[in-house]
Design a protein around this ligand. Structure first.
Ligand SMILES: [Zn+2]
Length: 313
């Protein structure tokens, strides 16, 4: 039997399961005008929810689209130093600096524009692909450890916390989450909305790290870990008792961010459609084939050599 440590080779934000569920559940947050169309394609949206993570194995520039190290620019929330708009941020810091510390809010905004264009063109394949991708990036922006440089507790000897917060806890408790939310609404200022999400993530990151540090004192040595069999491997994971206590210490934060992700994903999809002039959408279910580029990315993902930061961020 092979023994591997906690934090498997790529902890994906929200994990595979979490991202899939956010994209699927976002459909149920949509206003009626768009619900029918997205409901038809709910399986596609779920299945392709981690495509952006898969691209990290094929495209070096992909990694920085998933996070923003807010503490590179600011000590605390609010985010009032870093310019909200890309051109101004580039003028202040340069593109290389921005890319090396993450660009998630700007990328969400760019994806919103692309999705709007896809709606205008009524291009089904593009609409679905961009909707699935956009859902992923927005969900990432809601994860506190995607908003700070100490994203895996590597500066504070808390390695593994990244996967604990966004994968292990949702895997254990997502089934108990209340996934009914209010209907998503049109966003007058989508850029403000995504920046608010990132700012909330940044504000919460301190709690996420501090609570784990405090709780670890009550689980001395290796007591916070246990071993589970995954396939033919014995894997070290955070013990359920530790996860439960950690989740409770954050007072429902993981569930809250999960629900906010779902709703914001739906709000972005709806906003793109409204901004495109509310086009009629094809009512026939059409299978969407992978393009050659997507097939090549799938292959690289299977080969498993991640580009950029080794720990998903
Ligand atoms: Zn991601």
């Amino acid at each position: 039997m092979l023994l591997i440590c906690a934090a498997p080779f790529a902890c994906r934000a929200w994990g595979f399961y979490g991202h899939t569920q956010i994209n699927r559940l976002a459909v149920f947050c949509l206003p009626p005008q768009l619900f029918g169309f997205y409901k038809q394609h709910i399986d596609y949206l779920g299945q392709h929810a981690i495509d952006p993570d898969k691209r990290r194995y094929a495209i070096a520039e992909e990694a920085c689209r998933h996070y923003l190290d807010c503490d590179r620019y600011e000590h605390n929330a609010p985010l009032d130093t870093l310019p909200m708009w890309w051109n101004k941020a580039v003028a202040a810091y340069g593109e290389d600096t921005l890319k090396s510390h993450g660009i998630v809010p700007w990328y969400c905004h760019l994806m919103l524009y692309r999705l709007t264009d896809a709606f205008k063109e009524k291009d089904l394949a593009k609409i679905l692909k961009l909707s699935a991708d956009l859902g992923h990036y927005i969900a990432d922006a809601h994860v506190p450890l995607h908003a700070c440089g100490n994203y895996n507790g590597q500066r504070t000897n808390q390695q593994g916390i990244h996967g604990l917060w966004e994968s292990r806890i949702p895997e254990l408790y997502l089934k108990d989450y209340d996934v009914l939310t209010e209907t998503a609404t049109y966003l007058d200022k989508p850029m403000n909305a995504i920046w608010t999400s990132v700012e909330q993530s940044f504000a919460a990151s301190d709690t996420v790290l501090r609570k784990e540090r405090e709780l670890s004192l009550q689980f001395p040595g290796d007591a916070k870990y246990t071993y589970e069999t995954r396939g033919s491997q014995l894997v070290r994971v955070y013990a359920p008792e530790f996860c439960k206590a950690y989740d409770a210490s954050m007072d429902g934060m993981v569930e809250r961010r999960f629900r906010q992700s779902m709703n914001m994903v739906a709000a972005f999809w709806f906003t793109a459609w409204v901004n495109a002039g509310q086009p009629d959408l094809p009512s026939i279910k059409t299978d969407v084939q992978l393009s050659e580029e997507e097939m090549a990315q799938e292959q690289k993902f299977k080969e498993g050599l991640i580009l950029g930061r080794p720990e998903e961020h």
